[in-house]
Design a protein around this ligand. Structure first.
Ligand SMILES: NC(=O)C1=CN([C@@H]2O[C@H](COP(=O)(O)OP(=O)(O)OC[C@H]3O[C@@H](n4cnc5c(N)ncnc54)[C@H](OP(=O)(O)O)[C@@H]3O)[C@@H](O)[C@H]2O)C=CC1
Ligand SMILES: O=C(CO)COP(=O)(O)O
Length: 380
């Protein structure tokens, strides 16, 4: 058992006290995506004792990684631990894998599913490590994968986890979520959430289990949009009060969307929601925050990141979240503001002025009344 233990609530040793049961770690894990987060997660899995095959689409990078023991393109200052085999051969990466981490950008998810389909061993769990909501359908990413790859338990690994810090071994925690339907016919210690949690558990990486996949996915998608908002306001010269307000009201937007989709409000207060939001909205290490800062400073999208094509999931999520929220009748004013600036060419300062001048609401959103903002009264 590798001495790894899990506390699971449904095997009480004494009333009110959770029992400790053992979960079997997976022997071999495939990590798909040789970018910064895929490489960091492969390092965690290897440090946790797994045999890891790390797949990327470029053989030249895979070969350099095998030769140098580093991913020079994405994480040049973090040596790979033993136990990782970089490969560009997807069939080889998936051969013998007991679990798969999908760490390519959300926009390429269906394409990835298509190439994986003929190669996947039956029924093995798939954990999504990308963050977003699908643009065309408004689906949670797990729903898109379930549609493409039926018969596989689909979950997510998400939390406040900058790739470089994780790979450098800074203490990091994340949530691993699979829906209860994947666990209710199994002994608790055989559930994918339990097995993946022990499989990814090492001194610097601490997973927490969840059965609220919806709540976890909503948190991961929405936090990137709120981070763009925080960046925009920071870049435009607003101060810390404003950022704290956006973070807190951003949590509220996550809560209502999660609940409307069948998730739990309390999940949003956890690592994958408030935790990731706090991290992403606090530092320009975040690409989403950084994009917002640059736009707030007046740069065009093309000038941001010096014209490099950088993965900024919140840019797509700003559209997909708002399309979904409008369709199901959920109000998400901060996400609406980001959407208006990114997609409708709205003026940034005016949009944020308008955000602050909306009718006055209650906190939390329990009361069904709004007060007209004084600025609206003087206008009329
Ligand atoms: N970086 C981080 O700190 C964290 C990132 N994430 C999430 O992880 C996901 C991946 O981001 P991240 O690793 O940071 O991004 P990176 O830009 O670091 O890497 C992206 C990787 O995806 C590959 N890729 C891009 N398009 C395709 C495609 N169509 N088919 C196959 N592979 C493709 C790239 O390959 P190539 O090099 O050949 O272009 C590259 O290996 C995102 O959803 C992000 O939100 C989550 C938590 C932390
Ligand atoms: O999701 C992340 C940290 O948890 C990474 O954030 P960015 O994609 O904004 O860099």
């Amino acid at each position: 058992m590798d001495g790894q233990t899990l506390r699971l609530p449904d095997q009480p040793r004494e009333p009110g006290r959770p029992g400790i049961v053992y979960a079997r770690p997976y022997t071999r894990i495939a990590v798909l995506g040789m970018g910064s987060w895929g490489t960091a997660l492969a390092s965690v899995a290897a440090a946790s004792g797994r045999e890891v095959r790390l797949w990327g689409r470029r053989e030249d990078l895979a070969q350099r990684m095998r030769e140098t023991g580093r991913n020079d393109d994405y994480l040049p200052d973090t040596p790979l631990p033993d136990g990782i085999e970089p490969t560009s051969d997807l069939a080889h990466a998936l051969d013998g894998a007991e679990a798969v981490l999908i760490v390519t950008p959300s926009s390429s998810l269906r394409e990835m599913c298509g190439v994986m389909r003929p190669l996947l061993p039956q029924g093995i769990p798939l954990a999504l490590c990308c963050k977003g909501i699908e643009r065309r359908t408004g689906y949670l990413l797990s729903h898109a994968v379930e549609e493409e790859l039926p018969g596989h338990p689909v979950g997510a690994l998400s939390g406040p986890t900058f790739a470089r810090e994780t790979a450098l071994g800074h203490p990091t925690a994340a949530t691993i979520a699979f829906e209860f339907r994947y666990t209710d016919r199994l002994a608790p210690d055989d559930s994918p959430a339990a097995r993946l949690s022990v499989s990814m558990s090492c001194p610097s990486f601490r997973p927490y289990m969840s059965d609220d996949l919806v709540g976890v996915e909503v948190g991961g998608a929405v936090k990137n949009v709120i981070a763009i908002a925080c960046g925009m306001m920071t870049g435009a010269g607003y101060a810390e009060n404003t950022r704290a307000a956006l973070i807190t009201r951003g949590i509220d937007e996550m809560k209502v969307l999660a609940e409307a989709l069948g998730g739990k409000r309390e999940t949003v207060t956890g690592l994958s929601g408030a935790g990731d939001l706090t991290l992403t909205c606090s530092s320009t290490t975040s690409r989403n925050m950084s994009l917002g800062v640059q736009l707030g400073e007046g740069k065009s999208r093309a000038e941001c990141f010096d014209g490099r094509d950088v993965v900024v999931e919140g840019e797509i999520s700003a559209a997909s979240v708002i399309e979904l929220a409008r369709r199901i009748g959920v109000s998400m004013p901060i996400c609406e503001a980001v959407h208006a600036i990114l997609y409708d060419g709205a003026d940034l300062n005016q949009t944020f002025t308008d955000l602050w001048a909306r009718p006055i609401e209650s906190e939390p959103r329990a009361l069904e009344i709004e007060l007209a903002h004084p600025s609206a009264m003087t206008e009329s």
